[in-house]
Design a protein around this ligand. Structure first.
Ligand SMILES: CC(C)(COP(=O)(O)OP(=O)(O)OC[C@H]1O[C@@H](n2cnc3c(N)ncnc32)[C@H](O)[C@@H]1OP(=O)(O)O)[C@@H](O)C(=O)NCCC(=O)NCCS
Length: 359
């Protein structure tokens, strides 16, 4: 397999590769947990497959796999050794998934796949004062050309190395117990910045407050048909995370996440949105005013009656959400993830991600 990794062939992921990629995911992740004597996280291969499908639908040119060279001439498809997928919304690029089978690790394959997912071409006008990114775009094996992305030394950088005055952002989330990926991405400027806690629990009755009297919560399904929901969500996303993402809202709706819009009573000023799932999964939540978190969480929790506990992913910088959830009886589960980014991602203080791969 090691020899295969040295001679692996890289090509774009196709829809009929999705099952193979899911297999690589579990093959790569399970040993990590076993080595640390941690319980394996719950498996949901169907949901992972749909997520990869979503990434292929909208970011096909940022989805790559490595397969073993086929020299036997038989009909069996070559074995997938690793894969990587990223998404890009405006000037934000995010590495969603990067996994290499254990026997093929530590021979450069993860880095090669990562580089294939990088943004092609400048996403921001280069700032001449700021060590301008390569205007020609990333070349094979080259560095990304986003502002804020530093080229990793000694790995075929093309002269990027901008220091981050522009608005572009590169980000990802790693397991905090995984130094390899943390180090690999940090070398490209995505340095570990914000812990992402998994909070699980059943709130004690009355422990999450109601919304302030002048805030109204309306399920998306109860909004008038003429209400400009897509544009409203786009405005909230832009004001919190910094980019619009209509395709992701459509994906979350298809996945059964039920949205709620929060508005000021009377004037109707928009304050934020939040989703909850019948399974008890909370998020994403984006609020313009983070002091609303306790009441918003109380509202979302009250809308679902899951068979088990509720679950939320909470950035360490989202002070209000962390305190509200802990006071309500939630507990941190396992070890946190770490969001790495080429510059601080301020919006996370007012946001609860939907998942590690599609926050
Ligand atoms: C993470 C993963 C995708 C990396 O792929 P890989 O093919 O093993 O990695 P590569 O050989 O291309 O690159 C390894 C790089 O990691 C970095 N690295 C490795 N160990 C490190 C450490 N202890 N500290 C800091 N950086 C480290 C180095 O930059 C190294 O590159 P170098 O050997 O050229 O110096 C792969 O190991 C994997 O799938 N692991 C299990 C699943 C997982 O954790 N995935 C990431 C989820 S966030």
């Amino acid at each position: 397999m090691r020899d295969d990794a040295d001679h692996a062939i890289l090509r774009p992921i196709r829809p009929d590769d999705i099952l193979g990629c899911v297999d690589v995911f579990y093959d790569a992740v399970d040993p990590l947990y076993r080595r640390l004597d941690q319980p394996l996280p719950p498996r949901d291969p169907a949901s992972l497959g749909r997520l990869i499908g979503h990434l292929l639908d909208h970011d096909a040119d940022r989805a790559w796999l490595a397969e073993a060279p086929s020299s036997t001439g038989d009909d069996r498809p070559p074995r997938i050794l690793g894969f990587g997928t990223a998404w890009q919304r405006e000037s934000t690029w995010y590495l969603a998934l990067l996994f290499v089978r254990p026997q093929a690790q530590a021979s450069g394959l993860g880095r090669k796949l990562l580089l294939r997912t990088f943004p092609r071409g400048p996403m921001d006008p280069p700032d001449p004062e700021d060590g301008a990114p390569d205007p020609g775009g990333a070349t094979e094996g080259g560095a990304p050309v986003l502002d804020g992305a530093a080229a990793a030394p000694g790995h075929g950088a093309t002269g990027g190395g901008a220091t981050g005055a522009g608005s572009g952002l590169m980000a990802t989330c790693v397991d905090s117990i995984q130094p390899i990926s943390t180090g690999l991405y940090a070398g490209y400027g995505m340095v570990p910045r914000v812990p992402l806690f998994t909070a699980i629990g059943r709130p004690r009755p009355g422990s999450l407050p109601a919304l302030p009297r002048d805030v109204v919560a309306t399920g998306f399904e109860a909004l008038p048909a003429t209400y400009p929901l897509a544009g409203t969500l786009a405005g909230l996303d832009r004001a919190t995370l910094g980019f619009e993402r209509p395709q992701d809202h459509r994906f979350w709706a298809r996945e059964g996440r039920r949205g709620v819009l929060f508005r000021r009573a009377g004037a109707g000023d928009v304050l934020g949105y939040g989703y909850a799932q019948p399974s008890g999964r909370l998020g994403p939540v984006a609020l313009l005013d983070e002091t609303l978190y306790p009441g918003v969480l109380g509202t979302l929790v009250a809308r679902e009656s899951p068979p088990g506990p509720y679950l939320a992913l909470v950035p360490g910088v989202n002070h209000r959400a962390i305190v509200a959830l802990l006071h309500a009886g939630f507990r941190f589960e396992g070890f946190p993830g770490i969001v790495g980014s080429t510059r601080p991602w301020e919006g996370l203080a007012r946001y609860l991600p939907a998942s590690y791969a599609l926050p």
